[in-house]
Design a protein around this ligand. Structure first.
Ligand code: HEM
Ligand code: HEM
Length: 271
């Protein structure tokens, strides 16, 4: 299996977090406070502080992503640590509050964290699932190249029409697929050129003989346009799926930080 951000360096961050969580579990089960296991016992405070440090480290990825590769750990190592730390917090926070949740300001922080973690799992799945479908990764053209080729094909079609008969221009208008370079249009429309053999032969045979070759060339150009537009739709669709989850993950993470500040503030305010 090829190494990725989940299995980075033989699952280094999975083992590290598992080891850490087992230590915390040992403390949790040996601790027997009089009022029961809760967030306001000494161990509860310690676990709360650990969870907060974890969240700060998770938020730091946003900065690390945008920095130049100036640290000794590559970005993939950071993402790997991020994924496994994020998942272990699902258990560390319940250990902090003795698995007591309710409908209050404290629990909101946890619910937002769970939502952040789930969107993170969704994103991690997308990162593993979709890159193989990106055609530019497989030696195909990038979005910029496809757009340029489309522009050239459209221009060549227009050039072919110059000085031709009405029949020729009608034929091109009928078979051509218009290209609208809008994100939603590319994503939601299915380019389809109506180039059925008999119909085209019928069209071409109705044209003056000197226009037969240009007409065949026009059909080839429209076929090429259809292929390019399909590639563009796939490429844009895959990059959309690779990014869409971040529009949930980041706001939820920011919401979590805000609710955490409210939680810690309210806890000390009412102390
Ligand atoms: C420095 C960090 C933290 C401190 C000092 C702290 C402190 C506390 C205290 C004192 C309680 C008990 C409140 C009560 O029972 O009235 C508590 C409960 C709780 N904390 Fe924290 N906490 C911290 C971090 C976190 C984090 C990171 C989360 C989750 C993302 C979290 C989620 C909760 C939850 C869900 C409860 C239980 C609320 C309930 O009983 O319904 N805490 N915390
Ligand atoms: C409390 C939990 C979490 C918080 C606060 C959090 C926060 C963040 C933040 C701030 C970013 C940076 C986004 C950006 O600036 O583009 C990020 C990226 C990311 N997170 Fe999380 N995250 C959490 C849990 C998770 C989990 C559990 C997973 C996966 C199982 C995950 C997977 C990812 C991935 C794949 C990225 C994108 C990395 C990249 O684009 O290279 N996150 N997260």
């Amino acid at each position: 299996m090829k190494e990725n951000f989940i299995s980075y360096k033989g699952f280094r961050w999975f083992w590290f977090n598992l080891f850490f969580v087992v230590i915390l579990l040992t403390f949790y089960f040996f601790d027997d406070p009089l009022a029961g296991r809760r967030g306001d016992t000494p161990l509860g405070y310690a676990f709360g502080a650990i969870a907060t440090v974890g969240i700060v480290v998770l938020m730091w990825l946003g900065r690390r992503k945008r920095a130049y590769a100036n640290s000794r750990t590559p970005l993939v190592g950071w993402v790997s640590a991020h994924v496994w730390l994020g998942l272990s917090l699902l258990l560390i926070v319940p250990l902090h509050c003795g698995f007591q949740f309710g409908f209050n300001v404290h629990s909101i922080a946890y619910y937002l964290m769970v939502a952040t973690v789930f969107t993170g799992v969704w994103g991690a799945y997308n990162y593993i699932q979709y890159p193989s479908q990106i055609i530019s990764h497989r030696g195909g053209q990038s979005v910029a190249n496809i757009l340029e080729s489309l522009r050239e094909a459209t221009k060549s079609l227009h050039d072919l029409e110059v000085g031709r008969s009405d029949g020729f221009i009608n034929m091109v208008n009928l078979i051509d697929i218009p290209f609208n370079p809008g994100f939603l249009r590319i994503l939601c429309t299915s380019p389809h050129a109506d180039l059925e053999g008999d119909k085209i032969t019928h069209f071409i045979s109705g044209l003056p003989t000197e226009e037969h070759d240009p007409a065949i060339k026009a059909v080839g150009l429209v076929r090429n346009k259809e292929k390019l537009m399909l590639s563009l739709k796939q490429e844009v669709g895959v990059s959309f799926l690779m990014k869409i989850w971040l529009y949930f993950h980041i706001p939820l993470a920011i919401g979590l930080v805000f609710s955490l500040v409210v939680h810690v503030y309210s806890v000390f305010y009412f102390w």
